[in-house]
Design a protein around this ligand. Structure first.
Ligand SMILES: Cc1cc2nc3c(=O)[nH]c(=O)nc-3n(C[C@H](O)[C@H](O)[C@H](O)COP(=O)(O)OP(=O)(O)OC[C@H]3O[C@@H](n4cnc5c(N)ncnc54)[C@H](O)[C@@H]3O)c2cc1C
Length: 420
């Protein structure tokens, strides 16, 4: 039988549900501000997503984040919602904490900060912060029901009933269910009458129809720098990043980034040789009388595996340059520079790094992350309709929203005399 503390014996100021990035950080900060915090998570292991993040090294923040212009790196129904929390807890603030704990780190491209050694360093740091805040941590512990009365909340958990004055939902999004992701946060929001923006996988590889993809499936494993875009006019979004061919479609940073903006049924446009005047180069080669096969000439500007596969699409491209018509060379160059293709779908939550959508930001205070119509119920991290770009932005949102919530918990729950 699990321990079943009576509700009266467990008077926590706040229960944080979800010991991932946002929940751990919020619990530690709130605890250090004098809030009596219980942190619960249904998984066996703590912060599994931090562990697998950034290829095991955790891309923990991004120096390029501009809190005054969050729409540059975040999406959601209201991309300005995150401004307040991001401005009050910046990448520099989190970096200072990382340095205080002596964790070595380095910068990769585009402002991305990674640990030098292991993501475990960050998990240890967050657990140490919780310990410093006197946080009680129950794991594994699931929560089956949350009820509100005038005084606070009663939670039914696998370790018994718990009484608390405030509840923080930090249960994340739906991606990677095999390591503990659930729709718990969305269900709790709905229970309390809060709207949820339809969730969808984001930062996710895109897939293509099997037959149409067959000529490109042989390129699986090939990576190259591209310019990729989707949408038109005001909705046009473009990224200059690496693209990776897979057996079922496309991945790599370029595709993960664009997937967050891509709408089903619409095309992607990809320049496979960005910055190159391919038509000009091929026509110049023809003018020089080059007898090289077109694929071999092309291999100066794109990977030879791509050049070989690409020319298979048209018999007019499978000949020496000097025997090809100008039109054929121009068409080949145009197709490579503006490859238009419509994904049939994505690899889904199984492979998505994040979930777009979530608790509607119109239901929350941007200062405190508290539900406007439900006192002392807070939502932080990925469960909220705030989605960052690839590159450390999602963790920075987890830290910043956790910090804003911790400040609010302390302001509302800790009397001046008891504050540390
Ligand atoms: C493979 C991968 C790599 C990533 N790499 C990066 C990166 O390098 N940089 C970056 O910024 N972002 C990265 N992300 C995204 C980042 O991990 C998330 O945005 C971030 O972890 C969200 O924090 P969170 O605390 O809101 O949710 P999570 O970290 O997902 O934590 C949610 C917690 O809630 C628990 N939980 C869920 N349901 C319940 C329930 N019913 N009861 C109790 N507990 C529950 C879960 O077990 C989990 O511990 C990556 C994601 C993936 C999948």
């Amino acid at each position: 039988m699990p321990d079943a503390p009576s509700p009266d014996l467990s008077p926590f100021d706040a229960v944080v549900i979800g010991a991932g990035a946002a929940g751990l950080f919020c619990a530690g900060q709130a605890g250090q501000l004098g809030v009596k915090v219980l942190l619960v998570d249904h998984a066996e292991k703590v912060a599994e997503k931090i562990r697998i993040s950034g290829g095991g090294r955790c891309n923990f923040t991004n120096r390029d984040l501009d809190p005054r212009a969050p729409h540059k790196h975040f999406l959601g129904d209201n991309p300005h919602f995150c401004r307040s929390a991001l401005a009050r807890y910046t990448p520099a603030d989190f970096l200072a904490l990382v340095q205080k704990h002596g964790i070595p780190f380095h910068e990769k491209h585009k402002g991305q900060l990674f640990g030098d050694e292991s993501s475990d360093d960050f998990i240890r740091m967050l657990l140490a912060e919780c310990e410093a805040g006197g946080v009680t941590h129950w794991q594994p512990c699931s929560v089956s029901a949350i009820a509100h009365d005038g005084e606070g909340y009663t939670l039914q958990t696998s370790r018994g009933a718990v009484r608390t004055r405030a509840v923080v939902i930090a249960t994340g999004g739906l991606s990677i269910p095999k390591i503990g992701a659930t729709d718990f946060g969305h269900r709790i929001a709905q229970q309390f009458g809060l709207r949820v923006v339809a969730p969808r996988p984001a930062l996710v590889p895109l897939t293509f129809d099997g037959a149409a993809w067959a000529p490109f499936a042989q390129l699986a494993g090939l990576a190259l720098p591209v310019r990729i875009e989707t949408g038109t006019k005001k909705e046009r979004v473009a990224f200059d990043e690496d693209l990776l061919f897979t057996h079922r479609g496309l991945s790599g940073p370029a595709v993960l980034q664009i997937s967050s903006y891509w709408k089903e049924g619409t095309p992607l446009r990809i320049d496979l040789a960005p910055g190159q005047d391919l038509a000009g180069e091929l026509l110049a080669a023809k003018a020089r009388g080059s007898r090289k096969l077109i694929a071999n000439e092309l291999a100066q500007w794109v990977p030879s595996r791509l050049a070989d596969a690409w020319v298979q699409q048209d018999a007019a491209w499978q000949r020496p340059v000097n025997e090809a018509s100008d039109k054929a060379l121009q068409q080949l160059a145009a197709r490579l520079s503006a490859w238009e293709l419509v994904p049939t779908g994505s690899e889904g939550y199984r492979k998505a790094e994040v979930t777009a959508g979530g608790v509607d930001t119109r239901e929350l205070s941007s200062q405190t992350l508290e539900a406007t119509k439900q006192p002392r119920l807070y939502f932080i991290g990925e469960v909220v309709d705030v989605t960052g770009w690839l590159g450390g932005y999602n963790f920075q949102w987890a830290w910043a929203s956790g910090h804003a919530c911790a400040q609010a918990l302390a302001a509302s729950l800790v009397s001046r005399e008891n504050a540390p």
